[in-house]
Write a protein of this length. Structure first.
Length: 214
């Protein structure tokens, strides 16, 4: 466990793509410890419908990684790819290009990451309900973020990824998921290399803050 303060943990838990240690095994018990913390997150009406798929088998990791790589290739070629955004802002465009390169880097290595954690929701039926999707996924995403925070405190690097959902059914078949279990996030997990993290550049709060209305 690190000696990070709460504020340090919250402001330095970064997406890790390039600095994941692909050679060092991650103990399953450590992943379970992080997930145990994740289960304390809120869920709508206290349903706790989350399910967690932890993939450690080398062949299955490689198979999921190939699906992710394929989806990522399409994304990187699209107009919405990270490196093509904010082209009119030289400073931010430079950051976006670095993000673009790191996305491509992880795409080629997702299948080699020691642990893949897939956060899911177990629903009453295979079809996603109509209407309030924020309420639905709000019952999973806070728990997934709690997992990432717990991992950071234990020397593990993670990345929030969803590109594989382009082929969600294919991954579901690979892992034998029931039809009513829907995936929400794929979190590669490994020990991270490097000297640590610091808060990332962000737009000033004044640009996004609205008090009592827009």
């Amino acid at each position: 466990m690190s000696d990070l303060t709460v504020d340090e943990l919250l402001t330095t838990t970064r997406t890790v793509r390039r600095r994941l240690d692909l050679e060092r095994p991650v103990p399953l018990e450590l992943v379970k410890e992080c997930l145990q913390i994740a289960l304390q997150a809120p869920s709508g009406s206290n349903t706790q419908r989350w399910q967690w798929i932890v993939v450690t088998d080398a062949e299955k990791r490689a198979a999921v990684g190939e699906v992710y790589r394929r989806a990522c290739t399409s994304y990187l070629e699209s107009e919405n790819a990270a490196g093509k955004l904010f082209a009119d802002d030289p400073e931010r465009s430079q950051v976006q290009r670095r993000v673009h390169e790191s996305v491509a880097y992880l795409a080629d290595r997702m299948g080699s990451v020691p642990v893949q954690v897939i956060g899911c929701l177990e629903l009453p039926s295979p079809k996603l309900p109509e209407g309030n999707q924020a309420g639905l996924w709000g019952s999973l995403l806070p728990a997934a973020w709690s997992y990432m925070l717990a991992a950071r405190a234990r020397g593990l690097g993670t990345a929030w990824t969803t590109l594989h959902l382009t082929y969600e059914e294919e991954v579901a078949q690979l892992l034998g998921l029931p039809e009513n279990v829907r995936q929400g996030v794929l979190i590669p997990t490994a020990y991270y290399t490097g000297s640590g993290f610091k808060p990332a550049p962000r737009e000033p709060l004044e640009k996004v803050l609205h008090v009592n209305g827009w």
